[in-house]
Ligand binder design. Structure first.
Ligand code: C2E
Ligand code: CA
Ligand code: CA
Length: 615
């Protein structure tokens, strides 16, 4: 009797994701075709048989092989059935009822009390025509019956029905409908199972946790539907790269990547088992990163998506599932902090880092109430006259122990914590108040710009809150500008057009911030009532070394002017850049060359001095 211990991927509930996804154009198949493929897929099911008569299992195997099945695990020792079931986790069990020592009833009873085995369908083999026996088996959760001696066509029919029903249930319970990938639930069960096997066989497992960088921006720009389309494409690209990696990274027999799953949102995970060194995971991480380098196509736009990947290993980093997962997530967050589009292994250092983040979160919640937030101001110079005619307000956090924290460190955190609403409102109030105070003190009036975050802008009462800030401060609206990024403007275009018109009617200036980094075009932005364009500083950084950028900047200036928009260049750091911008007719400049962001008092004296010199 062959006593096979074949631990196969495909023996898991809702099995065979790798097989299922081979036909990538599943959507295009007509329904008959799809049905046929589904039936074919059932043939990969892991079928386990427990019967004390080895000849019975041999006969069953022969029948089923004729019908196209191939993946069998059998035992004639009922005492070992539960252990073998746990290790195999089959798609279906063919179970003899009458066996010495441990009967089929005992096995059924044990299975139904077992966390994972309780959902495995069981077809009971019985020579008994006794109704009571069948009833008892049914009560114990048997799925179906087969009479001995087994009739081959009936066997195949019953098996197919059972597997089809199970596949359908699995699909609902274990797969993500959007990408077709295994879902979190399946992933967690598999992780459990892999760790258990690894413990038993003294093996290593690596867990990769992958998040897409700035995916929120995609959703902001293209809406949830656009985001979904992209996620689907990303999932396909990931699958492909992992399939290829399987050949490349496999340095030991039995080493394999499996279980690419979508855990929700833009987060995916992947397991590597049977490995010698957890470091082998880096190969696949790198491969995934390069697989995502090519742009995706979304509604006629080229969209770039990068991943941040965290890796944690069993047993070195953790031996428990939840801890391992937590560490991989921590490593991913760390990768994001370290600039994204990269991978990081878990280390104790990361825990310390997380703790710091956590403390920071708590402190940030109190920052506004504690008066720790303040605005710095950076001058905007009119390139023709050389005078400072405006300023951008930039948020700073005066942290009790860390000192001045730059916005990139805490604004994303504030958005996550949902704090940006009240803080953003405060920024506008404070900018208006300060500007009015300067005017009252007799300074030449300048225009102050406030940055607006996506969340803030999306709030229902955004326009009325703005109105309120103008009223409270008494500032003339023409001395206030709002800076919005392209993605904010593009997301939910219909609603935004209305809100922007409302703001414009108040007399407030509207500027597009970081222009050139998003997915919009000037032609598209025409739909919105905008006044100004701020060219992102990345275009300016090597304007001379790179003539492409020079051409782009020149073209943006030209087109913006044609559309009646004035142009501000950000990040002016050298005299050469300034000369170039002047020559190309750019309206205003902002950057370290002209002035760094500084506190209000410093700004006003700098401004006074600068403009006196210019006069
Ligand atoms: P931003 O709106 O693009 O602001 C310009 C950033 O470029 C500022 O960084 C500024 O200090 C920096 N910068 C200015 N000139 C130069 C230069 O010549 N060279 C270089 N390398 N950098 C220059 P900062 O203050 O760290 O702000 C970063 C970002 O944080 C801002 O980018 C903006 O997106 C965001 N932010 C700042 N304040 C607020 C706020 O009140 N609300 C919101 N929602 N976001 C804000
Ligand atoms: Ca800005
Ligand atoms: Ca900017």
């Amino acid at each position: 009797m062959n006593h096979t211990y074949a631990y196969r991927e495909s023996s898991l509930p809702g099995a065979h994701p790798e097989k299922e996804t081979e036909d990538e154009n599943r959507d295009d198949l007509d329904h008959t075709g799809e049905f046929q493929t589904q039936l074919e897929r059932l043939k990969n099911a892991t079928i386990m048989m427990v019967d004390d008569e080895p000849t019975t299992t041999d006969v069953l195997t022969a029948f089923l092989e004729d019908a196209g099945y191939w993946n069998f695990v059998a035992t004639d020792r009922s005492t070992e059935a539960i252990d073998l079931l746990e290790a195999t986790w089959p798609d279906v069990l063919l179970l003899d009822l009458m066996m010495p020592d441990v009967s089929g009833f005992d096995i059924l009873t044990a299975m139904r009390a077992h966390d994972k085995l309780k959902h495995v369908p069981v077809i009971v083999l019985t020579s008994s025509t006794d109704a009571d026996t069948k009833l008892k088996a049914l009560e114990l959760g048997a799925t179906d019956f087969l009479s001995k001696p087994v009739d081959p066509s009936e066997l195949v029919l019953r098996l197919r029905n059972t597997l089809t029903a199970k596949a359908y249930q699995d699909q609902l319970a274990y797969y993500d409908p959007l990408t077709g990938l295994p879902n979190r639930r399946m992933f967690m069960e598999r992780l459990d199972w892999q760790l258990k096997n690894a413990k038993r066989d003294n093996q290593k497992v690596a867990l990769l946790y992958l998040g897409l960088d700035r995916f929120k921006q995609i959703n902001d720009s293209f809406g949830l539907r656009g985001g979904d389309i992209l996620l689907k494409q990303v999932a396909q690209r990931l699958e492909q790269s992992i399939r290829e990696s399987d050949y490349i990274s496999r340095s030991a027999p039995g080493e394999a990547w499996t279980n690419l799953s979508r855990l929700g949102g833009d987060e995916f995970s992947l397991l590597l088992h049977g490995i010698q060194r957890v470091e082998n995971a880096a190969l696949v991480a790198r491969r995934i990163i390069s697989a995502l380098e090519e742009p995706f196509h979304l509604e006629g736009n080229e969209v770039f998506v990068t991943p941040s990947i965290g890796i944690a290993g069993y047993p070195n980093d953790a031996t428990e599932r939840d801890l391992l997962l937590k560490q991989a997530v921590g490593a991913m967050d760390y990768a994001k902090q370290k600039g994204r589009n990269t991978y990081k292994f878990y280390s104790k250092q990361i825990d310390a880092n997380c703790l710091e983040q956590l403390t920071m979160q708590n402190q940030l919640r109190k920052a506004l109430d504690n008066g720790e937030l303040l605005l710095h101001y950076q001058p905007e110079m009119d390139l023709e006259s050389g005078r400072v005619i405006g300023a951008e307000s930039l948020l700073r956090w005066n942290h009790p122990s860390l000192g001045t924290v730059p916005p990139n460190k805490f604004i994303p955190l504030m958005e996550e914590l949902g704090l940006i609403g009240p803080v953003g409102e405060w920024v506008i109030h404070e900018a208006c108040r300060q500007n009015k105070a300067w005017q009252s003190a007799g300074l030449d009036p300048i225009k102050i710009a406030a940055n607006v975050s996506a969340q803030q802008f999306r709030q229902q009462n955004f326009a009325s809150a703005l109105q309120e800030a103008l009223k409270t401060s008494g500032l003339d609206p023409r001395f206030l500008a709002l800076e919005l990024t392209e993605s904010i403007i593009m997301g939910n275009a219909e609603r935004n057009i209305d809100v922007l018109h409302e703001i414009k009617e108040m007399g407030v200036t509207l500027a597009v911030d970081d222009f050139g980094t998003g997915y919009s075009s000037l032609a598209y932005l025409r739909k919105f009532p905008l006044d100004e364009l701020k060219i992102d500083r990345s275009f300016l950084s090597d304007i001379h070394a790179n003539s492409d950028d020079a051409t782009i900047v020149e073209a943006i200036i030209g087109m913006a002017h044609t559309l009646g928009l004035s142009v501000v260049a950000e990040g002016v750091e050298t005299e050469d850049q300034l000369a170039f911008l002047r020559q190309k007719g750019c309206d205003r400049g902002q950057g370290y060359l002209i002035g760094k962001p500084c506190p209000a008092e410093e700004f006003s004296s700098m401004c006074l001095q600068h403009n006196t010199v210019e006069d």
